[in-house]
Every structure is written in C-alpha cells, then in structure tokens.
Design a protein around this ligand. Structure first.
Ligand code: PEP
Length: 256
C-alpha cells in the first residue's frame, strides 16, 4: 500500500521568524499523526532553522527548487549538494518555475538527476494549462512532461509525482476528485508503459491545485491519488493540519 503524503509548498512566503512561528503552530498536531508522510517546504533561508525545530519529530522537510550543477560560478543558485544534509525532498518543475523561469523538460531532467545523485527525493510537478485542458490535450501534455523530465532515467527510487493542473493552482478552482483521479490514473498507466507495472503501482502521485481542508477528502478518497501538494492552505496551520488529519483518517480506515 502506498503511504499517503501531504506536502506544503510555502512558495516565496514567510520570513525566518514567520516560518518558525508557523511551524510552532503546527508542530504538536502534525507530530501526533504518524501513519502518513507530512512534508513542509519553506523557503531556502528557513530550512536550517526549521530543521532544528522539527528535529526528533515525524515531520519531514523539503526544498522548493535546486540548480542542477553541484557547485561553481552560478551566483545566487542553491545546489542539491547544499541541500542533501538539510532536507529529504525537493520540489522540481513546479509550473511557476516553468512559467516564470523558463524551465524546460531538459532542465527539469537535469534537476531530477542532480537530486537523485545526492539522494534527495524529487517531487516532480506536471500539469496542463487551461487552454490545453480545454483543447483535450491533458494526457498528451502531462505525458510529454513526464517523459522529458525522466528521459534516460530508469524509474528513480523515491520519486514522487505531483499532478498540478495550472488552472487550479492558486485560483480557488480545484479540479474535481474524479477529474484528478482520471488524469492521475493516466499518468500511472504511462509510467507502466515507460517502466513496468509494478513500478507504476508503487509510485506516489499527489494532486495539487487549490486543496483546502474543505475539499481535501474529495481528492484523498480517490483510489489513484496518494495525497496532496498544498500551496496557499499550507500557510495556515489549522488548514494544513485539517488536510493532514483527513488523509490520516482515510489511511486508518483503509488499512484497518
Ligand atoms: C502549489 O503551488 O503547488 C499549489 C498547489 O498551490 P495552491 O494549493 O495554492 O493552489
């Protein structure tokens, strides 16, 4: 059985002291829940301090991006090597990076490779735009992104995929549970074709896009969906905790 995961992407929000305050608000509640993976991804500058705060708890830490080179003259960049000791996960290929920073499939592929090299687990984001969705191109787009990002890699151990339709991110217009389940089923089917069936059954695929404590169950209850990548709602302790609790209850019910 795939272990569900709820990951919070804080994006470019919170100063170091705000990050500490937010973690302090969630810490006890999150730590009590131990049957699912709970990951928080604060900005780079807060990773080291947050890491100290959550030490000994069951909360896991992720970064939001990396550069694909290990070190060198790349002013302002952060490498996988620098993060390897700090966190366990790294978000790669988020649509905001594809859109605002021109990240191509080739670049996400290099980043996935760089992460895996130092045993950071990539949370690889894929998803279609509204236009592509309306043109019926969802499967073609997500499969293309998947193939480009994983080109030349055997199924990478530890890889997590987040299906995030761009039209649902930060808009308050989430997909329906059925829509997300169907596309995630297609992604799994394509992984089976790219690698093999067993691998496809093992890989965790999250849904992301306007998930809140009010709609989380609709997604997590779906058979193909293994949790959520949460943006806006991960910045509110009660919302994030509410989502995590729903995932934990569903997992408890299914495994009991
Ligand atoms: C995200 O940024 O990955 C995301 C899913 O954002 P939101 O939950 O705010 O739509």
């Amino acid at each position: 059985m795939r272990v569900p995961m709820i990951a919070g992407n804080w994006k470019m929000n919170t100063t170091v002291s705000e990050a500490l305050e937010l973690v302090n608000e969630m810490l006890l509640g999150l730590d009590k829940i131990d049957n699912i993976d709970k990951v928080i991804c604060p900005p780079f500058i807060s990773l080291a301090t947050v890491r100290e705060l959550i030490k000994g708890s069951s909360i896991k830490l992720g970064a939001q991006n990396i550069y694909f080179e290990e070190k060198g003259a790349y002013t302002g960049e952060i490498s996988s090597l620098m993060l390897a000791d700090l966190c366990e996960f790294v978000i790669i290929g988020h649509s905001e990076r594809r859109q605002y920073f021109n990240e191509t499939g080739e670049i996400t592929n290099k980043k996935v490779r760089a992460a895996l090299k130092v045993k950071l687990k990539p949370i690889l984001c894929i998803g279609e735009s509204l236009e592509e969705n309306e043109a019926g191109r969802t499967e073609e787009i997500v499969t293309g992104q998947l193939r480009a990002s994983l080109a030349g890699l055997d199924y990478p151990n530890g890889l997590i995929i987040a299906y995030e339709p761009i039209w649902a991110i930060g808009t308050g217009k989430a997909a329906t549970g059925e829509q997300a389940n169907e596309t995630i089923g297609l992604i799994r089917h394509n992984i089976a074709k790219l690698c093999d069936k067993e691998i496809a059954q093992d890989v965790r695929i999250l849904y992301g896009g306007s998930v809140t404590a009010a709609n989380a169950t609709e997604f997590i209850n779906q058979p193909e969906i293994d949790g959520a990548l949460v943006g806006g709602a991960s910045l509110k302790a009660n919302q994030f905790l509410g989502i995590v609790k729903q995932a934990a209850e569903i997992r408890h019910r299914l495994s009991g």
